[in-house]
Design a protein around this ligand. Sequence first.
Ligand SMILES: CC(C)(COP(=O)(O)OP(=O)(O)OC[C@H]1O[C@@H](n2cnc3c(N)ncnc32)[C@H](O)[C@@H]1OP(=O)(O)O)[C@@H](O)C(=O)NCCC(=O)NCCS
Length: 220
Amino acid sequence: MEKMPFSEALHASLPAMEYPAAHETTTTDWRRQLPVLTAGSVTLRALRADDADSLFELLTTEEVARFISPPPSTADGFRRFIQWAAHEQAAGRYACFAVVPAGTDTAVGIFQVRQLDASFDTAEWGFVMGSAYWGTGIFAQAAPMVIGFAIDWIGVRRLEARAAVQNGRGNGALAKMGAVREAVLRQSFARHGQHYDQHLWSILADDWKTARSARVPQVH
Ligand SMILES: CC(C)(COP(=O)(O)OP(=O)(O)OC[C@H]1O[C@@H](n2cnc3c(N)ncnc32)[C@H](O)[C@@H]1OP(=O)(O)O)[C@@H](O)C(=O)NCCC(=O)NCCS
């Protein structure tokens, strides 16, 4: 997602929020608690306050942040972002998963889904991981779970993504997920005083479900 909806300047302080303990949650309402999703060598789970340090360390390098809107510039900024994410989730506007490689409890990236309309019929997703985890297969295992979450849990019908034209990995990753490249959004992304064109990609729920049922052997 080229536009991280969190802004350090806008969200300088937020009221304290109570996080439900896992054992208290029996509902399947994602607004109250995100599911824990696992495939292969990766788990996706809700962000926790103590993810701030690893996310700050891994997601603020120039290589990683080159084509995304500026991440928080301090570990404290990431703590505020995590708090903000919980509020937005509770309000039903946004969901953010931490990417946790198997055998660790360390968040090495995030997947975000945000509504583009009030009903969450149309949404935008985005993803970023520390560069040590690029090309490891983690993205390819995690991304289908996030798409499935958006479609099956939230009810998204059209899932958009934007990626700067120069962002080879970002565009390659979206193409791998079967997203359809629809348009070039001219000079739609600003970074370090420069404006970049972006590709607009989409995945439709109907297409995703059809492709999924073709992949999963049907038992009759
Ligand atoms: C986007 C991101 C999460 C993807 O994870 P990843 O592990 O790099 O993704 P993968 O390696 O599984 O897939 C990337 C694909 O793009 C391909 N690719 C790499 N460079 C490319 C280029 N210049 N042009 C076209 N495709 C390219 C890769 O070969 C790979 O495809 P393959 O597996 O079929 O070979 C990660 O690169 C990242 O965090 N980047 C920085 C943040 C970012 O740009 N986010 C996207 C904003 S939309």
